[in-house]
Design a protein around this ligand. Structure first.
Ligand SMILES: *[C@@H]1O[C@H](CO)[C@@H](O)[C@H](O)[C@H]1NC(C)=O
Ligand SMILES: *[C@@H]1O[C@H](CO)[C@@H](O)[C@H](O)[C@H]1NC(C)=O
Ligand SMILES: *[C@@H]1O[C@H](CO)[C@@H](O)[C@H](O)[C@H]1NC(C)=O
Length: 267
């Protein structure tokens, strides 16, 4: 089609002038854009949806990421990663032994500190294909299982960490390195405290010094929000670790004695 030939002259002048002014327009646009916007506009994932900053503890050191318009929307996105066949292949092949080795080292350290033993009934939260569950079993913690949105039997059962599929006081030990995936961090924590036995231990690996992946639902900048949320537990330790991009290990122990009103105290 010879459309250019048939275009009216005036249109051609208009297009030409538009073309010439384009660099100036872009320059103008760029210089007026606030700094904090410039960073986020590089990824298409961070859309400008309304969100519920106020529904969870949005203290300075824990921020819920914008972009999830509903819980269904959030689940869909998490499933997108968990079900990605390429990732699942890598997790179960190339990553498998390497990750089990690293997890085994973490768990051995916890054993030495008497925070974990062979007889601990254990849960790994957000375990995907269950490398951490396999690691626990290999070091002798035989009664171990994982949960994730997508099951990977027999190591990982289906379950949402916002609403664990277990009865109260089921586990002696819980481990998770997916705290950043929680859309409702308070539920994530209260479910752990609910399903741990009194005296049970929870070990969480988080990234404080760097931002996690695009599937994260929150950003954590210090351990303070965690300590505040684990209100029925006491802080055991905070250690530096090198765990697949996560830099900090935070360990809690659920308090032994529960008051009648449900709040934990020393009576
Ligand atoms: C945000 O809050 C509204 C109303 O309280 C609720 O309907 C909606 O599901 C919430 N969105 C998310 C992502 O939780
Ligand atoms: C725990 O299990 C491992 C592996 O089966 C075994 O080597 C170790 O001796 C056990 N530890 C105790 C205290 O029984
Ligand atoms: C389980 O624990 C939750 C939270 O601590 C409590 O509200 C609920 O009543 C308990 N359920 C049973 C069956 O004990």
């Amino acid at each position: 089609m010879k459309t250019t030939q048939t275009k009216p002259l005036i249109l051609r002048y208009f297009l030409l002038s538009l073309l010439l002014s384009l660099p100036f327009l872009l320059l103008l646009l760029f210089s007026f854009q606030p700094h904090h916007l410039r960073r986020t506009t590089t990824t298409s994932e961070q859309t400008q949806q309304p969100n519920n900053h106020t529904t969870t503890s949005s203290s300075e050191d824990l921020r819920i990421r914008p972009g999830y318009s509903s819980y269904e929307n959030y689940i869909k996105r998490q499933l997108g990663k968990t079900l990605n066949p390429k990732l699942r292949k890598i997790w179960t092949t190339r990553d498998w032994d390497r990750k089990i080795q690293v997890f085994s080292r973490f768990f051995d350290e916890l054993k030495k500190k008497n925070l974990l033993s062979n007889s601990s009934k254990s849960l790994c939260i957000g375990a995907r294909v269950g490398q951490e569950v396999e690691a626990l079993k290999r070091i002798g913690v035989s009664d171990s299982v994982g949960i994730d949105l997508v099951p990977y039997p027999p190591l990982v059962l289906e379950g949402d960490f916002h609403n664990q599929p277990f009865q109260n006081e089921t586990f002696d030990f819980e481990f998770s390195n997916v705290f950043d995936h929680a859309l409702y961090p308070e539920n994530f924590v209260s479910e752990i405290e609910r399903t741990l036995k009194p005296g049970g231990v929870c070990v969480i690996h988080v990234a404080l010094s760097r931002r996690s992946d695009k599937f994260s639902a929150n950003d954590l900048y210090s351990v303070k929000p965690l300590v505040k949320m684990f209100k029925g537990s006491e802080l055991v330790h905070v250690h530096q670790v090198d765990g697949f991009g996560l830099d900090t290990e935070v360990v809690f122990r659920k308090k032994q004695i529960k008051a009648i009103d449900g709040s934990s105290s020393l009576v």
